[in-house]
Design a protein around this ligand. Structure first.
Ligand code: NDP
Length: 338
């Protein structure tokens, strides 16, 4: 009989775990968070107390040695994901890892290979493809509501909240910068909506105010997909009042999503085509709960996680192509990394 209850260990006493993921894990029947590993003993202890987590550990190895831990959720800063995921796989733990999976595609491939070799499930926490809005856009495109898709525009220029103004803007070695933080999500979302792969990137960055150490806090990039779609992506940490959204324009219609590039189950969709303009009904759900549910189903042997390790490798590959295109000013080909 398939295992039905799982203890989770958190690798990283992080904000995302605190604000979204602990609740999303606990929303799954038979799943609980039993331990947390933090590099700082006191912060780890406080985090465990605050979230009613039984054990706190000051090393990943100690967490992995806890026999109750069957699954780990990795949400440390990006440069740490690689070694932590490989260690977890070697210890026989299933892995849900944050994006970007790593700082290089070679590292991400190694992580995925380690999980495959250990026979454990690995998934990437790309939350947006779990949004009811994005799932509906994908259905509309697949049903032919806009005809052949031609263009997409992503509006994901936001203001980085003060409590997150740390390593993202001042630590390049931790994988800071808006491209690895936000563009990587846009890429995954567009791949999901269009069922297509990015093949070429151009872009320009901006370092306007928040970013230090040569990092970028804004970027505009353009990606060409293998189905011909050209997508424009605007991502930033510095825009307070821009709003967010996504548009997909096809030969026979357009879908406009407003307030849909967010962590919350919110937003509105409008479809415009020869039948006129109509609001599209959406039954919102918690994105993280849905994402963890698909991962938990995969642990039971039912299907694939919403975003697999391969999805995380591909989004990282395209985001790094944007980084390179911005640095060189030259269009960068995106080669299939898998
Ligand atoms: P945080 O900065 O909150 O946490 C990252 C690490 O920083 C923690 O693991 C912790 O280290 C350390 N840390 C946390 N709080 C403090 C503090 N007060 N003082 C000193 N150090 C601290 O990062 P996020 O939660 O924003 O991001 C973590 C990961 O999750 C990243 O990979 C990010 O890209 C991803 N992410 C994904 C999102 C999604 O929707 N999929 C959304 C947000 C982030 P230690 O564990 O050693 O204690």
């Amino acid at each position: 009989m398939a295992q039905s209850s799982f203890g989770w260990g958190l690798i990283g006493a992080s904000t995302i775990a605190s604000e979204h993921m602990i609740a999303a894990i606990r929303a799954q029947a038979g799943h609980d968070v039993v331990g947390v590993a933090s590099s700082n003993r006191e912060r780890g202890r406080k985090f465990a107390t605050q979230h009613e987590i039984d054990a706190s550990y000051d090393s990943v190895d100690a967490l992995l040695a806890d026999p109750r831990v069957a699954v780990v959720y990795v949400s440390t800063t990006n440069e740490l994901h690689r070694d932590q995921v490989i260690a977890a796989a070697k210890a026989g733990k299933h892995v849900l890892c944050e994006k970007p999976l790593a700082l290089s595609v070679a590292d991400a491939l190694e992580m995925s290979a380690a999980c495959k070799a250990a026979g454990v499930v690995m998934a990437t926490n790309h939350h947006l493809r779990n949004a009811a809005t994005h799932r509906r856009i994908r259905e509309l495109i697949q049903a032919g509501s806009i005809g052949k898709p031609l263009f997409a525009r992503v509006f994901h220029a936001v203001y980085l909240p003060p409590h997150l103004q740390g390593w993202r803007i001042d630590k390049p070695q931790a994988g800071g910068g808006v491209i690895l933080d936000i563009t990587v999500h846009d890429v995954d979302t567009l791949r999901f909506l269009l069922d297509a792969e990015p093949v070429e990137a151009v872009g320009m960055t901006q370092s306007a105010s928040l970013a230090k150490e040569g990092l970028e806090d804004g970027v505009m990039s353009v990606l060409r997909f293998d189905n011909g779609v050209v997508a424009q992506l605007h991502d930033a940490f510095t825009v307070r009042f821009g709003g967010n959204g996504i548009e997909v324009h096809g030969e026979a219609g357009s879908i406009v999503g407003r307030n849909v590039m967010t962590q919350r189950g919110v937003g509105e969709l409008v479809l415009r085509n020869a039948d006129g303009e109509k609001a599209v009904a959406v039954h919102h759900e918690n994105l993280y709960v849905r994402g963890v549910a698909s991962f938990c189903a995969a642990l039971r042997g039912e299907g694939q996680p919403a975003a697999t390790a391969e999805d995380g490798i591909r989004s990282l590959n395209a985001a790094l192509a944007v980084v390179q295109a911005c640095r060189t000013g030259v269009a960068t080909q995106i080669v299939n990394p898998i």
